[in-house]
Design a protein around this ligand. Structure first.
Ligand SMILES: N[C@@H](CCC(=O)N[C@@H](CS)C(=O)NCC(=O)O)C(=O)O
Length: 225
């Protein structure tokens, strides 16, 4: 199995998906908690390009970017396959993962940070993106099928817990059970899984973290003007 370490932050939605994948596969790992306001030399050494968490270190070899890490984990430890076997299905899973990160995670963050008319526009655009996810999950228990969670479920795993905290801190509502009934049902199925819940940071701490991030971003933006 080798030595496995994760440089991460317990508040990061990108880090949770890596921990879920390792836990599902029964891989033991050491978690190195990163202070993102005072980055360690270890993080800067292992992810000099983006300087972000998560970083997986397997036998001293670093891998950055959560989607890349998930694929590495899936190819390295064969128990509990995460991606589908069929090449077309694999391509589709990668397509929707990229879409969800670029349009839904980023869309929610843009809406979170903006104010006034710009916020309204950003919310509208994020809702449009969530509509595509609603269509993807319709008629299925999980994104990866009816039986088990897989790669796409882990990628979407921020929606039940993190999105809710982002919404509260950002004073907005994106995940509406009426608008997105299938996605809402999926969130209920997903959070029932004990291994998933284990990695959820306390909700209050998450809301405080996003409140702080919002004030920080606004003060930085004001200082630039
Ligand atoms: N695309 C990256 C995003 C990772 C990311 O944004 N990580 C955040 C924590 S949630 C981070 O390290 N932020 C520090 C910074 O931006 O300086 C991934 O999927 O791993």
């Amino acid at each position: 199995m080798g030595e496995v370490k994760v440089i991460g932050s317990s508040k990061s939605l990108f880090c949770a998906r890596v921990e879920w994948a390792l836990k599902l596969k029964g891989v033991e790992y050491e978690y190195l908690q990163e202070d993102l306001w005072n980055k360690s030399t270890l993080l800067l050494k292992h992810n000099p390009v983006h300087k972000k968490v998560p970083v997986l270190i397997h036998d001293d070899k670093p891998i950055a970017e959560s989607l890349v890490i998930l694929e590495y984990i899936d190819e390295t430890w064969k128990d509990y396959p995460l991606l589908p076997e069929d090449p077309y299905e694999r391509a589709m899973a990668r397509f929707w993962a990229k879409f969800a990160d670029e349009k839904c995670v980023m869309g929610a963050f843009v809406a979170f940070l903006k104010e006034g008319e710009e916020k309204e526009k950003a919310i509208e655009s994020a809702l449009e993106s969530f509509t595509f996810l609603e269509k993807q999950i319709q008629g299925k228990k999980f994104f990866s099928g009816d039986d088990n969670i897989g790669y796409l479920d882990l990628v979407m795993g921020w929606i039940p817990h993190w999105l809710n905290a982002i919404e509260e801190a950002g004073g907005m509502k994106l995940m509406d059970a009426q608008k997105f009934p299938s996605l809402h049902e999926w969130t209920q199925n997903f959070i029932e899984i004990p291994l998933i819940k284990e990695c959820f940071p306390p909700r209050d701490a998450l809301v405080n973290y996003f409140n702080f991030s919002l004030s920080y971003n606004r003060s930085m933006a004001a200082a630039k003007q």
